[in-house]
Design a protein around this ligand. Structure first.
Ligand SMILES: *[C@@H]1O[C@H](CO)[C@@H](O)[C@H](O)[C@H]1NC(C)=O
Ligand SMILES: *[C@@H]1O[C@H](CO)[C@@H](O)[C@H](O)[C@H]1NC(C)=O
Ligand SMILES: *[C@@H]1O[C@H](CO)[C@@H](O)[C@H](O)[C@H]1NC(C)=O
Ligand SMILES: *[C@@H]1O[C@H](CO)[C@@H](O)[C@H](O)[C@H]1NC(C)=O
Ligand SMILES: *[C@@H]1O[C@H](CO)[C@@H](O)[C@H](O)[C@H]1NC(C)=O
Ligand SMILES: *[C@@H]1O[C@H](CO)[C@@H](O)[C@H](O)[C@H]1NC(C)=O
Ligand SMILES: *[C@@H]1O[C@H](CO)[C@@H](O)[C@H](O)[C@H]1NC(C)=O
Ligand SMILES: CC(=O)N[C@H]1CO[C@H](CO)[C@@H](O)[C@@H]1O
Length: 496
């Protein structure tokens, strides 16, 4: 599973102290879920002008799926696109991730899976993730509320949503297929593992993502006698994350800029520029050039490096103080600290970035953001529990899942590559693409490997939905379920 930080689409307020990329999430814009591009701005009312068939609703969701005595509910936002519906039986669900859903992933016809929805006659849904966008189980981000921001609650949200939509829309022999890219890709994969009876298959693209960056050039504030080691780590983290972020989105279909300008090829040209002998100047050139590419994005000609300025912006649980970007960053950081890890460091082995970004930077951030109940011990044990619960890359076990990954995507290293034809467990490494490249609209000049990759995914989705629960029985037997239950329980007990 990989992390995906959100791409932020909207510039931060002028006084913003969040670095341009925060732990792999681009600040200033909310890209969340998938990275559709800058046009996919969060509160984008024009989506309904562009796609009049798109509908938005609130779903009455349970606060706590694991406490039967807790009857609290909340409004979870979802989009419904009935445009392609022909069968009342085939349903595609785009899983929302660590940021707001704006409807375009449910509506834009050029998006790959919507082309397939059109061909197969599928109903389409897009469900926002709890604690992101407009979907607030509790309207604050205090640690006491964030206890309900877990991957297990998010998966249970999906399950209850699917069951409820089957009733609301009267789907007959429903054959749901889930889709997701990056962190929602992980959810899409895990959902097949934990709730196999509710879907016939899933596509889990580039299961995680992560960016973070800042620039170098004019340091703000300048290093001086009061500068701490955390500030310096933060500076290097911001520096490193720019490279990470550019690589992660290279050649994808989100915008002209990732097609042809903001690419690893261009980055390498600047970093190997023979007419510029000063390698530090080359790094500065890179940031200035990136800045030009993203006139609406955060200003990379100023490199904020104060650790405590960042914490001040995301350390509060108050949504008024956090604002939309800070809230999404805090929610993502919570998921990382509490469960999924994905903390991107540079201090192991030899690497071009040196040792400037150690794990301790993130451990301190977790504690400073969420308090003393989130110290290294809790972080490590929470991560281990989660890893055991889902099995990690080695013990991931499910049926009917396509797992595309891009060879240039830093996150592909965290994917699962176990192939099992009997179970239709189908990893697919796409040559020369980066994060979630398979999901976007096609474009002229795209990496040559993409058409074949998409054909592979589509062919298997077609096989998944050919399955008929009325004739073939429910997917995922009780035995399968209980094996997992026992496995998880063992894993938990082993940890004690
Ligand atoms: C959903 O509920 C929220 C309050 O939780 C409300 O602000 C919003 O307008 C509702 N949206 C729809 C589409 O009903
Ligand atoms: C709709 O689904 C049924 C099975 O539930 C299948 O026999 C039929 O071919 C499908 N129709 C279309 C138009 O896909
Ligand atoms: C992207 O490039 C194409 C082809 O050069 C052009 O037609 C289109 O207007 C560009 N889109 C944007 C948003 O700049
Ligand atoms: C190479 O470096 C020179 C001198 O700094 C600069 O003018 C030029 O734009 C650089 N070229 C690239 C591709 O970065
Ligand atoms: C959240 O912050 C705002 C702005 O500082 C303040 O007015 C409000 O009272 C705070 N809310 C809570 C619950 O503390
Ligand atoms: C991947 O693509 C590169 C460049 O297009 C090509 O040189 C290489 O042979 C490809 N690798 C595989 C395994 O197809
Ligand atoms: C995966 O789960 C199935 C169903 O419970 C089980 O039969 C199979 O042995 C498992 N495979 C692995 C490699 O654990
Ligand atoms: C199935 C598949 O694509 N596996 C590849 C995943 O990525 C690793 C690391 O690049 C490769 O070694 C695998 O062949």
């Amino acid at each position: 599973m990989l992390l995906a930080f959100l791409l932020l689409l909207v510039p931060l307020a002028v006084d913003s102290k969040l670095p341009p990329f925060f732990l792999g999430k681009i600040n200033g814009q909310t890209v969340l879920n998938h990275h559709l591009n800058r046009q996919f701005v969060t509160n984008d009312a024009s989506v309904f002008d562009d796609y009049p068939y798109l509908q938005v609703y609130n779903f009455t969701q349970k606060l706590d799926h694991f406490d039967r005595f807790n009857t609290r509910t909340w409004n979870q936002k979802y989009f419904y696109n009935p445009k392609y519906s022909r069968n009342n039986s085939i349903i595609f669900l785009m899983i929302g991730g660590e940021g707001p859903e704006n409807g375009r992933w449910a509506a834009k016809p050029e998006v790959q899976y919507l082309q397939w929805a059109s061909e197969f006659g599928a109903d389409v849904f897009d469900l926002e993730h709890r604690f992101f966008g407009d979907s607030w189980p509790i309207p604050d981000m205090e640690t006491s509320s964030l206890q309900y921001l877990t991957t297990q609650q998010a998966l249970a949200d999906l399950a209850f949503f699917i069951e409820s939509m089957n009733q609301k829309y009267g789907f007959k022999n429903p054959r749901w297929v889930t889709f997701g890219g990056s962190y929602p890709g992980s959810l899409s994969a895990w959902f097949r593992q934990k709730y196999p009876q509710l879907t016939v298959g899933s596509v889990a693209s580039s299961a995680p993502v992560n960016l973070k960056l800042d620039f170098y050039g004019n340091l703000q504030p300048p290093f001086d006698a009061k500068t701490t080691k955390l500030d310096i780590n933060n500076f290097f983290g911001n520096l490193f994350n720019t490279f990470q972020g550019m690589t992660q989105y290279t050649y994808d279909g989100q915008s002209n800029s990732t097609h042809s300008d903001k690419t690893v090829r261009k980055m390498c040209q600047i970093m190997t520029n023979a007419t510029e002998p000063d390698t530090v100047k080359r790094v500065e050139n890179l940031f200035l050039w990136f800045n030009q590419m993203e006139p609406a994005g955060p200003d990379l000609s100023v490199m904020p490096n104060s650790y405590w300025d960042v914490i001040a912006q995301v350390g509060s649980g108050n949504l008024t103080i956090l604002k939309e970007d800070g809230a999404a960053a805090r929610g993502w950081m919570w998921l990382c600290c509490n469960e999924i890890g994905f903390l991107q460091t540079t201090n192991q082995g030899n690497n071009v970035f040196g040792t400037g970004v150690p794990l301790n930077l993130f451990i301190d951030m977790c504690t400073d953001m969420f308090g003393d109940s989130m110290k290294i011990k809790q972080i490590m044990s929470g991560n281990k529990l989660s890893q055991n619960y889902y099995g990690g890359a080695d013990f991931y076990n499910a049926t009917n899942v396509v797992l595309p990954n891009g060879s240039l995507d830093p996150w592909h290293a965290l994917g699962t590559y176990k192939t099992n034809d009997n179970q239709n467990l189908l990893p697919y490494l796409i040559n020369g693409t980066a994060h979630c490249g398979d999901m976007y609209a096609s474009y002229v000049g795209e990496p040559a490997s993409l058409p074949a990759a998409r054909a592979f995914i589509k062919q298997h989705v077609r096989e998944f939905i050919r399955y008929n629960p009325a004739v073939d029985g429910p997917q995922g037997s009780a035995a399968f379920q209980s094996v997992f239950f026992v496995f998880s329980l063992l894993a938990i007990l082993t940890l004690q």
